[in-house]
Design a protein around this ligand. Structure first.
Ligand code: ATP
Ligand code: MG
Length: 389
């Protein structure tokens, strides 16, 4: 018996003329993610995408796990492929549902008859299929209002399909329909979540990480790569830029008022990230900041950071509580990596009494002594790139 994965688009359906671009982007992501599992045939019709493996040893469970991580998919299911013939639908569909029906007491049959040439109408399909299910699985009862499981028979263009329920997809929009943006990624909890949230809106990610050897070690950098690998499972591959930040941090530490250290450092990060992001065709920067979380994330401090760049800065976590952010980091499996105890470049020099209500002109004055352009150029010129997937 042949099996197939049926995929329903989410917001895609709303996109009018653009819809086919969005669908194509989603299908491209599907191909990329499923390719390592073997050859698949992918077709689309009537806001459903059909994924049929060529090989009978295809790992369906792994394929479904991968499908569940692709943005732009509202719902998906696995289904038995039958001829468009009621006898064949029964012969293949009834045994196919055995495992799904084993643990439940009640069911309901829904029918979708997209091919109007099929001799039975939808109520007749439901009645007939329900009847044979009751015979085959006598422990079951029909409950049309609140069934434990919904069995669906779909008669479509290419074939008929029988499935039990469906699963929620990752939602959002397919990457890269939202364009590209540069995520400032640390080893913390927040920035990987911010990256995932913007990828969910269809944004392709370019990542910038600031490393300060010898204050930060190779393990801090490994951690960032591990985090990006988790995000890339959803977003597609990510180009990472690792920027040497030691000189800038030392210069700020030696020459600027301690209370402004973090803010000045963050302003340098924004400037450098902007240069790299523009070179990579990004239309925005992304950070993991949220109002009030730390001294450098008060509204006043965020304003001072923002003023360092002309680029749009997206802060998807801005109104979220730590609890909410942690819940997402667990869901996307980054939490346990983020909480590994390797030093981050920010923790090394953190001032004891940072300014929570800084004024921009004072910060700019405090920055004055630094040879900013030369340092930024050196940092950008020594940046190292790597693809993460
Ligand atoms: P995170 O958990 O993402 O580290 P945080 O709450 O610890 O966030 P900060 O350390 O103040 O906050 O950093 C704020 C934001 O600045 C981060 O979310 C990230 O976008 C960026 N950032 C911080 N450190 C780095 C770094 N070393 N490299 C790149 N970006 C960084
Ligand atoms: Mg941090």
């Amino acid at each position: 018996m042949k099996e197939i994965i049926l995929i329903k688009n989410g917001e895609l359906a709303l996109k009018g003329l653009n819809r086919s671009n969005f669908e194509d982007a989603m299908i491209k992501q599907l191909r990329r993610r499923l390719k390592p599992l073997g050859e698949v045939e992918i077709k689309k019709a009537q806001s459903t995408v059909f994924v049929q493996p060529a090989d009978e040893h295809f790992d369906f469970d792994e394929a479904l796990r991968r499908v569940s991580m692709i943005f732009g998919i509202a719902a998906f299911s696995r289904a038995a492929v039958c001829d468009k013939d009621m006898d064949d639908i029964i012969a293949k569909g009834v045994p196919y549902l055995k495992d799904a029906l084993a643990g439940v007491k009640t069911f309901k049959v829904d029918a979708k008859r997209a091919d109007k040439r099929f001799p039975l109408d939808s109520p007749q399909i439901c009645a007939r299929f329900g009847e044979v299910l009751l015979e085959a699985y006598p422990h079951l009862k029909v409950d049309v209002k609140n069934p434990d499981i919904r069995v669906v028979v779909e008669v479509r263009d290419f074939a008929a399909y029988v499935r039990a329920g469906q699963l929620h997809g990752a939602g959002g929009m397919p990457v890269p329909t939202g364009g590209k943006a540069g995520i400032l990624i640390s080893g913390g909890i927040d920035s990987p979540v911010a990256a995932w949230m913007m990828a969910k809106r269809g944004i392709e990610l370019f990542a910038v990480h600031f490393a300060s050897p010898p204050y930060t070690g190779p393990r801090a950098e490994m951690k960032v790569k591990e985090l990006l690998r988790k995000v890339a499972a959803y977003s597609g591959r990510i180009k990472l830029a690792v920027v040497p930040f030691t000189e800038i941090q030392e210069q700020i530490s030696e020459n600027c008022k301690e209370e402004y250290f973090t803010l000045i450092m963050r302003r340098y990060m924004m400037r450098i990230a902007e240069i790299l992001a523009r070179r990579h065709d990004c239309k925005a920067l992304i950070t993991g900041e949220s109002v009030g979380q730390v001294a450098s994330q008060t509204m006043a401090a965020l304003g001072v950071t923002d003023a360092a760049t002309d680029m749009l800065v997206l802060r998807p976590l801005i109104g979220m509580d730590k609890e909410e952010i942690i819940a997402i980091s667990r869901k996307i499996d980054t939490f346990d990596i983020s909480t590994l105890p390797y030093e981050d470049c920010c923790t090394v020099f953190t001032p004891k009494h940072p300014r929570t209500r800084p004024e921009l002109d004072k910060v700019i004055e405090a920055e004055g002594a630094l040879a900013a352009d030369e340092m930024i150029k050196r940092a950008v010129d020594s940046t190292v790139f790597e693809w993460i997937e």
